[in-house]
Design a protein around this ligand. Structure first.
Ligand code: 4NP
Length: 166
């Protein structure tokens, strides 16, 4: 990581529904706030079924309806090296988190946890919309927008304590 940069990785199962949505939504929020040069964002899946694919068409359409272009994202699988490249590794559900905990090297000093821990509500997980209808994809956007605001508030406190970029 470059000095003065915080790197955030969103993780779900397939990297075609929830984590690319979180990726695109949070990246847009950062750009709107002028913070895209200080916070780097990526997403990945714990599974390898969709490597190199664009997001699920329902993810792309739901994003378009809400002003997010998710069509350029491509699925990849999370790996042990991600723990040296990211400060925050945020899982969409507890199964994703358990899989990440199994990969976590002892040297990782960053934050590994559930993304929705940054949201004000009581819900812990972003439900997997893959087997359901379009409303599930819209719900994913609602949830990640809310959690993204909470995450950004948290990161702002860290950014104010970081040394200036070199
Ligand atoms: P995601 O959703 O983890 O939010 O990307 C899924 C995508 C694909 C599959 C399951 C969940 N799948 O079984 O292929």
């Amino acid at each position: 990581m470059a000095t003065g940069e915080i790197a955030v990785l969103f993780v779900c199962l397939g990297n075609i529904c929830r984590s690319p949505t979180a990726h695109g939504v949070f990246e847009k929020l950062l750009a709107e706030q002028g913070l895209d040069s200080c916070i780097r964002v990526d997403s990945a899946g714990t599974g390898d079924w969709h490597l190199g694919e664009e997001p699920d068409p329902r993810t792309i359409v739901a994003g378009q309806r809400r002003g997010y272009d998710l069509s350029q994202l491509r699925a990849r699988q999370v790996g042990a090296d991600d723990f040296s490249r990211f400060d925050y590794i945020l899982a969409m559900d507890t199964r994703n988190l358990e899989n990440l905990q199994a990969l976590r090297p002892p040297s990782f000093t960053g934050h590994l946890g559930l993304f929705l821990a940054f949201a004000p509500g009581a819900q812990e997980e972003v439900p997997d919309p893959y087997a359901g209808g379009t409303e599930g994809f819209e719900q994913v956007i609602d949830m990640v927008e809310e959690a993204g605001e909470g995450l950004l508030s948290h990161l702002r406190t860290r950014l104010s304590n970081l040394p200036a970029s070199s």
